[in-house]
Design a protein around this ligand. Structure first.
Ligand code: COA
Length: 208
């Protein structure tokens, strides 16, 4: 289950409403090619993607057990979250229309905060695509959804995720016990990044 950030921000009423509207109206095309809001028709393709332990084992907040029914419920639940302005589930489709990856964004509009989880299909991993895609998604979340804070977790042995999160400028803030939907826990490294810090890093990279 996604847990909100350790740092507690208080959104103004206007800010909270703007974030909820941005989530409801999010356009997947602005996130990147092949992106779609996950729908019932993607359930079997998402199941095929997530059935591979190389894709799903590292992720704590997926439905378990993974089957067509639980994936369909997850898609429906995420659609309801989007209607409330509190979450988005994107699927990335390849040229054959199969799921090549997914991104789940959980949003706490009253706290101006969001969390990201996701994965790439095994044949696309280890080629730098995950790193560059994650950096682009961090930017998209700050700019398009308008939150001021992001948090992330990764299993303590998930070296690739830790590398890309550190490289994105996220600040390590200890560990956290991430709780899976079945109630079991996983020890995770915990990071936060503020929008102000992200913008400073972008300005530094541009040399401005
Ligand atoms: C995590 C994931 C999205 C990363 O995408 P990717 O395309 O495989 O990763 P990249 O090729 O961009 O590599 C990420 C970083 O890990 C580094 N890396 C890769 N393999 C490594 C290894 N065995 N040891 C140390 N570093 C390694 C890369 O060099 C890169 O760091 P750098 O940019 O500083 O050079 C992808 O591997 C994935 O979907 N994994 C399964 C699900 C998962 O773990 N999701 C994240 C949950 S928090």
């Amino acid at each position: 289950m996604s847990a909100p950030p350790k740092t507690v921000l208080k959104a103004t009423a206007d800010e909270e409403q703007a974030i909820r509207a941005a989530v409801r109206n999010a356009d997947p095309a602005t996130l990147g090619p092949g992106r779609a809001i996950a729908k019932r028709e993607h359930a079997s393709s998402l199941l095929e993607l997530l059935a591979d332990p190389a894709v799903s084992d590292a992720i704590y907040d997926l439905p378990r057990p993974l089957n067509l029914e639980t994936i369909a419920e997850w898609i429906e639940d995420c659609a309801a979250q989007q209607q409330r302005g509190e979450g988005l589930l994107f699927v990335t489709l390849d040229r054959e229309g199969k799921a090549a990856g997914y991104s789940k964004i959980t949003v706490w509009p009253d706290r101006s905060s969001a969390e990201l989880a996701g994965a790439l299909r095994a044949d696309l991993q280890n080629s730098g695509a995950g790193g560059s895609g994650a950096l682009h998604t961090f930017s998209w979340i700050f700019e398009t959804l308008g939150v001021r804070l992001m948090c992330l977790t990764a299993a303590v042995d998930n070296i690739r995720s830790a590398r890309l999160i550190d490289r994105g400028g996220f600040v390590r803030m200890g560990e956290r016990e991430a709780v899976r939907p079945d109630g079991t826990t996983r020890r995770s490294i915990y990071w936060e990044l503020t929008r102000d810090h992200w913008n400073e890093l972008l300005a530094r990279d541009r040399g401005t």
